[in-house]
Design a protein around this ligand. Structure first.
Ligand code: C2E
Ligand code: CA
Ligand code: CA
Ligand code: CA
Length: 279
């Protein structure tokens, strides 16, 4: 065993060993966190640019760790992806979001589109269509108010039956969005074959508006071409009035960003909605 241990050091540096150990520890904690219901869904408003009104929200998961506090998704989603725990997490987030959406409708809040992130793993082996069907039935949340966000890589990795799957989901009545658009390798010309509703322009193209001419041209082109192909276009990560003015001028449909609000708990989101007045 000792020899083997030494052998290991030939392949893994000490840092890598520590990193691997930390990952296993995190996986164990995460598994427990799911069981103990320490996950939370936060909601970030999606705003219609023409009217300035909140028309939807993206559901974003957090981990409320009793010791560490609120842990952001980038610290546990990648590990959840690797270990398959993302299937349980994704299922939980979808159900929780639809339940919350139903509650808001029952409270008389205006109908909203709630967008939920779907990981490539869920596409590959999660039977996402059956899950959506079950959750919509169980919660009574209307299909047409649910939007699923997928990344380009999620689509590209699953080429064989992806079209069939997307068509099925569309047929079920849910809306489909491409997340982080522009960061992958797919072109708009390629995406036009997919039954999509929304393109979400990645934050990295919005960040340097109005300072980087290239990014402004890319963003404007995505908006214009997206419209030609029949998609709605949403800009992510809008932080300044200049960025919002630019997007308005280019006829971008909607945005999310800190300029209005970061993702917040359900109660805080409902307050934002009530502040803008119901209808
Ligand atoms: P994403 O899907 O691209 O989500 C947008 C991220 O941008 C969110 O980070 C949001 O808080 C952040 N953001 C929005 N507006 C602004 C802004 O104006 N400025 C800045 N600096 N950031 C902004 P968050 O919540 O930390 O989520 C990070 C990523 O974790 C998400 O990126 C998504 O890939 C993943 N994620 C979150 N929840 C889920 C989930 O339920 N399932 C899956 N599969 N992935 C999730
Ligand atoms: Ca997203
Ligand atoms: Ca995104
Ligand atoms: Ca992103």
């Amino acid at each position: 065993a000792k020899d083997q241990g030494r052998g290991c050091y030939a392949y893994f540096s000490e840092d890598q060993t520590i990193a691997a150990r930390e990952r296993i520890a995190l996986e164990t904690r995460l598994r427990r966190a799911i069981e103990q219901q320490e996950l939370r869904v936060f909601y970030q408003p999606q705003v219609d640019i023409a009217s300035g009104r909140i028309v939807g929200a993206e559901a974003l998961v957090r981990w409320q760790d009793p010791a560490e506090g609120l842990i952001p998704p980038l610290r546990f989603i990648p590990i959840a992806e690797e270990t398959g725990l993302i299937l349980d997490i994704g299922k939980w987030v979808l159900r929780e979001t639809c339940r919350q959406g139903r509650r808001w409708l029952d409270e008389g809040l205006p109908p909203l589109t709630l967008a939920v992130n779907v990981s490539p793993q869920q596409f590959r082996r999660g039977n996402i269509s059956a899950l959506v069907e079950a959750v919509l039935n169980e919660t009574g949340f209307p299909a047409e108010h649910l939007e699923l966000e997928m990344t380009e890589s999620g689509l590209l990795e699953n080429q064989s039956n992806v079209m069939e799957l997307l068509n099925k989901l569309r047929y079920q009545g849910v809306r489909l969005a491409i997340d982080d658009f522009g960061t992958g390798f797919s072109s708009l010309a390629y995406l036009k074959h997919f039954p999509l509703d929304v393109l979400k322009i990645d934050k990295s193209f919005i960040d340097d508006i109005p300072h980087l001419q290239d990014d402004m041209e890319i963003a404007a082109t995505i908006i214009a071409m997206g419209h030609i192909l029949g998609f709605k276009v949403l800009a992510e990560g809008v932080e300044t009035p200049e960025q919002l003015a630019f997007l308005r001028e280019k006829n971008c449909d909607s945005y999310q960003g800190y300029i209005l609000s970061p993702p917040v708990p359900a109660e805080a989101f409902a307050l934002l909605l009530r502040e803008q007045g119901i209808n």
